[in-house]
Ligand binder design. Structure first.
Ligand code: DAV
Length: 388
């Protein structure tokens, strides 16, 4: 099959796909799109709920066109800001999310959207990895990015591409009673890390990972199970990465790490005061001199979040670094902006609240393809411990 390959500029001999961490200077990025977005369906791995409008059922099918236009305006605003900063911006291809899916194991009434490439795609050095995903409506969510993947893969032989095994997403992959557990039970079981997916199949979303050079941390969550983390370990460790599972026991509904534990530059991590990292895991960072700094309370409360938004108020901390000195923050999050200024960052802002109901903010809505830099070891104590 012939594909559209174009010559891509890259600086020096850097591969066209090259990103080892969350903060090096950004050269090329994919920004999501709300075009064709649908409401997320109710399914075994997801029980979406309307906020603050009483006991009304969660809608299904395509999002209203005004909501899509508002979100696209803000996504386009982010793309324009990045372009003005010298970053090459790419966008997903159109996809028919309203189409129902039927596989041998499940049916689902519609798909979701291409607003959050971070959830499904991840760049690990010069390799693109497509995550298996954890929800039926997101089974084919890699498709809007495939044209780009082929373009990168065909234009540079140093680029590799790995697709994780697809789980069945059959009823047996999910633990349905999870949704009924009373809060006391969630508290009592908080250290078990058992959520709505079982451990029988490989399950992960890409957004449960955070990249620190040769070290990758992966959150065990509703969207990533221990089999998924084992697959990542066995796939990535022979390539020279080290994969570390992490846990935030007070988050009873964990999904994606980028509203919980957000590295800003070498030595500095923005943390969520409601979701401290498991004590034994904190040590990996503090032993090597990393500072963990709590984000201030977000401007919005959970009750103020948009009615169809399934994410928490902590979307406030979902910032996008464009260099170790400069990042993009949601326009209205002044307390966080002030904290970032106090650490010497240049802070750029864009309005982004109309994107929240599509599951994310600035970090979620992007997928970095190329940043400066190479693989570095930011955790020499880990190297020391594994050597003795
Ligand atoms: O804290 O609500 C949202 C991240 C969605 N991609 C949270 C996680």
């Amino acid at each position: 099959m012939r594909r559209n390959t174009q010559v891509i500029k890259s600086s020096g001999t850097m591969p066209v796909v090259n990103s080892w961490n969350e903060w090096d200077t950004l050269q090329e990025v994919v920004v999501g799109s709300a075009t064709g977005a649908c409401f997320e369906p109710t399914e075994p791995g997801n029980r979406p709920q309307v906020r603050g409008l009483g006991d009304v059922p969660f809608p299904t099918g395509p999002k209203p066109s005004e909501a899509v236009e508002r979100a696209n305006e803000q996504l386009d605003g982010l793309a324009a800001l990045l372009t003005a900063q010298g970053v090459s911006v790419r966008r997903p291809a159109p996809h028919d999310f309203a189409k129902p899916l039927r596989t041998p194991a499940f049916d689902v009434e519609n798909q979701y959207c291409a607003v959050c490439p971070r959830d499904v795609m991840i760049t690990l050095g010069n390799e693109i990895v497509e995550a298996p995903m954890s929800r039926r409506a997101r089974y084919f969510e890699y498709e809007p990015y495939r044209k780009l993947v082929y373009e990168y893969w065909e234009s540079d032989p140093r680029v590799t591409w790995t697709v994780a095994p697809k789980p069945t997403m059959a009823d047996s992959m999910y633990r349905q009673d999870f949704w009924e557990w009373p809060v006391e039970e969630r508290h009592a079981r908080m250290h078990e890390s058992e959520f709505c997916v079982t451990q029988d199949e490989v399950v992960f979303d890409a957004a449960d990972m955070s990249r620190f050079g040769r070290d990758i941390i992966v959150q065990e969550s509703m969207t990533t199970n221990r089999a998924g983390i084992r697959w990542l370990k066995r796939t990535l460790e022979p390539k020279g990465f080290r994969v570390h599972p992490v846990h935030f026991p007070l988050d009873y509904f964990p999904s994606h790490i980028d509203c919980t534990f957000v590295p800003l530059r070498p030595g500095l991590i923005l943390t969520n005061p409601d979701r401290p990292i498991r004590e034994a895991e904190r040590q990996m960072f503090t032993d090597d001199g990393w500072k963990l700094v709590d984000a201030p309370q977000p401007v919005l409360t959970n009750d103020d979040m948009p009615p169809y938004c399934q994410s928490s108020k902590w979307l406030s901390m979902n910032v996008l670094s464009i260099s170790p000195e400069k990042l993009i923050c949601e326009e209205q999050e002044k307390p966080l902006q002030d904290l970032l200024y106090s650490f010497g960052f240049e802070v750029l802002t864009v309005p982004f609240r109309d994107v929240f109901e599509y599951g994310g903010s600035l970090h979620c809505a992007t997928w970095d393809i190329r940043r400066d830099g190479t693989r570095e070891d930011y955790f020499p104590s880990v190297s020391y411990r594994s050597a003795v």
